[in-house]
Ligand binder design. Structure first.
Ligand code: WT7
Length: 661
């Protein structure tokens, strides 16, 4: 049975215990429903109330939602605030001030702690250093950093002075970095000499140099380098400075710059259906509200919690649930530099025990790989560690198969901790559809119900609601505070991608397929409906990988990329390639495939390497020349072709492509 099928017949239900309900902030389903009704009755009043209660405004807003230029919605538009002040200054003079903000565990296991007060001082000092480099409100700063305190400090410091940050995941290539510097018009890059992952020292600064060296980065003036390791790196005189150099002599007091609620806090690039990544632009007010609110709602965060989200700051999860949410909520959080399998695959469980983590939030792909590791080696099974501190478990990034859900619930949560399967996206800023730990009865493999105020629905191609039980496209019918504001520099693409005219231009189209069950109306996400793949919870456009392949102009004539299901990574990348020379076979084919994989890793990043590469004399095309991707998807899965192939120009090609290399 496929994951989707097994999810559809899932009938195990796990209601929260009475004690959990009693202790929770949103306590029981009636409390959740009351909030939903409040939002339905008066959406603006609902959000205005929450925004007043959860955000510190230096200038209060008087209008809540402006829809006059839909879909370019504005929230709290005449209000002013500073995001960093909402994460740090807010706690001054409260018991949180001397509390640990971050427990940092390095790759080698060394632990450092930073209090809220110290964090405020470090952010202030770094913000002053940025200002001394001439960086000011409205400038864009690229952050290409390892996981650690310094990355969060850099993000918070940008927010403090009103600079818009754009974090690029440390696994992306020089070319990806070059494109993002240019697209964002960045004035500075904040990076490190190296990063430590799995006991290895991996370069960052040399990739920055290579990226800038590709040309076009005319706006860039400064590169700031954190010396993570003792190994020297190339420094360009006049352009590059170490953290030590720029922090020297800077005081820790830096007054936060009040910005308009709609001021872009950050731009985060993500993959879409075309070859060019989209710079998802987020606001300050609505985004901050959502980061704080979802910490309270979804994780029911409490003063004595030790929160641990394993996501890298290079992804949206690391923005909302590492860099902003936990700090805005005044929580203690764990930040981990390394990887889950080093020095052994029990590292996560060991760290939960060591730091007494109470809320643990990770990706299904990590869970699946750790299940596999525990099945082959008893010594890394979670049962070897004391996980009794845990209270709530969460997952994010891709659908979780019920088997993995059950394993997580049993072996990590001891059948005691609710598992919140949180559905959301880079574009949504934070959780959208998720169980609430003290209210929602859980069903393995289902993200259950939308948060209060999130008007999620499932519709057909014309935008009409479909009945429960029937699949369709996931949409959100009304705007919400933390939604994407635009695509950086490309408002037309924003409109076309998310508010398509064919569906009336008013529905936010998530790009995922979904179905609601008949009994509870619970949502199940069935996967992307566009040309976007989800590999280990990482989003990649098929066109992006195709463009990378055909960029090898001396070798590749044509390429088509599709996804196929994979037990470990959710989806795997399968590339069909036509070379500019005869179709290779045997050893030669293996060699060329290996070269192409490395090429793609260099063009985009190692996460984009195709798992399968099949060579053909041609690709299956209609007589009008359109590549028939649905056939390629069947071949990639190893299925027999049962579809209609009558419009195919060259049916014989199917047989050839089906042969594995
Ligand atoms: C896509 C968004 C949300 C932060 C990490 C990924 C998939 C995400 C779930 C979930 C099923 C999920 C969707 C979505 N996705 N969470 N709980 N169940 N699918 O952010 O890179 O913007 O990717 O991830 O397909 O559209 P992203």
């Amino acid at each position: 049975m496929s994951n989707i099928e097994s999810v559809l017949v899932e009938n195990r239900v796990f209601p929260p215990s009475e004690a959990t309900v009693k202790a929770a902030r949103i306590s029981g389903m009636p409390a959740y429903e009351a909030m939903c009704h409040e939002a339905e009755r008066d959406l603006e009043g609902f959000w205005a109330r929450l925004a007043k209660d959860n955000v510190v405004w230096t200038k209060p807003f008087t209008t809540t939602l402006n829809e006059s230029n839909a879909p370019f919605y504005k929230w709290f538009e005449d209000g002013e605030l500073n995001a960093s002040a909402n994460c740090l200054d807010k706690h001054v003079g409260t018991p949180v001030e001397n509390k640990t903000a971050i427990i940092f565990e390095a790759d080698d296991g060394a632990v450092t702690r930073v209090t809220y007060k110290e964090m405020l001082a470090r952010v202030g000092q770094f913000a002053n250093a940025l200002k001394a480099q001439g960086i000011k409100k409205g400038d864009r700063v690229i952050i290409y950093m390892p996981m650690g305190v310094e990355g969060v400090v850099a993000m918070q410091a940008c927010a403090r002075i009103g600079a818009t940050h754009s974090v690029v995941f440390g696994g992306f290539s020089a070319k990806a970095l070059n494109e993002r510097i240019i697209d964002a018009g960045a004035v500075a890059v904040v990076t490190a000499n190296y990063q430590m992952r799995g006991g290895k020292e991996l370069p960052l600064k040399s990739i920055v140099d290579e990226g800038i060296g590709m040309g076009g980065c005319d706006t860039l003036k400064t590169v700031l380098v954190y010396m993570r390791t003792a190994t020297a790196c190339n420094m360009v005189a006049g352009r590059d400075k170490t953290f030590a150099e720029v922090l020297e002599g800077q005081g820790s007091d830096c007054p936060p710059v009040a910005v308009n609620a709609e001021h872009p806090l950050f731009v985060l690039y993500t993959s879409g259906s075309t070859g060019k990544p989209k710079g998802v632009q987020h606001s300050t007010g609505g985004y901050l509200l959502w980061a704080k609110l979802t910490m309270d709602w979804t994780f029911d965060i409490r003063p004595d919690d030790v929160f641990w989200c394993t996501a890298d700051i290079g992804w949206i999860t690391g923005h909302t649930y590492v860099a902003y949410g936990p700090l805005a909520a005044g929580a203690t959080q764990v930040i981990f530099e390394g990887i889950p399998t080093f020095p052994h695959a029990g590292r996560f469980w060991q760290m939960i025990e060591k730091h007494k983590a109470t809320v643990f939030y990770t990706a299904p792909t990590a869970i699946r790989s750790l299940i596999k590791a525990a099945e082959t080696d008893e010594k890394v099974h979670p049962k070897n560690w004391d996980l009794s501190s845990l209270r709530i478990l969460g997952t994010v990034g891709e659908p979780i198969n019920p088997e993995a859900w059950m394993w997580y619930y049993r072996n990590v949560g001891g059948e005691r901790c609710p598992v919140v399967d949180t559905f959301w996206q880079t574009e949504t800023g934070g959780h959208m559809i998720t169980p609430l730990p003290g209210a929602t009865p859980l069903v393995p493999g289902s993200c259950t119900l939308p948060l209060p105020g999130i008007m999620a629905a499932i519709v057909d191609e014309t935008g009409k609601d479909v009945p429960n039980g029937a699949g369709g496209m996931l949409v959100v019918k009304r705007p919400w505070p933390s939604m994407i504001r635009t695509i950086w520099g490309d408002p037309e693409r924003f409109k076309k991608s998310y508010f398509p005219e064919e569906m009336g231009g008013k529905l936010y189209l998530a790009g995922d397929g979904a179905v609601r069950d008949a009994k509870r109306g619970y949502f199940r996400i069935t996967g992307r409906i566009d040309d976007v793949l989800n590999v280990s919870g990482h989003r990649l456009g098929t066109m992006e990988i195709e463009s990378a392949l055909v960029a090898k102009t001396d070798l590749v004539a044509e390429a088509a990329v599709v996804g196929r299901p994979d037990d470990l990574t959710g989806e795997a990348i399968c590339a069909f390639v036509v070379l500019k020379r005869a179709r290779p076979s045997g050893e030669e084919a293996k060699q060329i495939a290996a070269d192409l994989r490395n090429w793609v890793a260099k063009e985009i990043g190692p996460i984009a390497k195709p798992k399968d590469i099949r060579f053909g004399d041609n690709l299956p095309k209609t007589r009008s020349g359109k590549i028939m991707r649905r056939l390629l998807r069947s071949i990639a899965k190893g299925e027999a072709i049962t579809q209609d192939v009558s419009t195919l120009e060259n049916p014989a090609i199917l047989e050839q492509l089906a042969q594995t290399n």
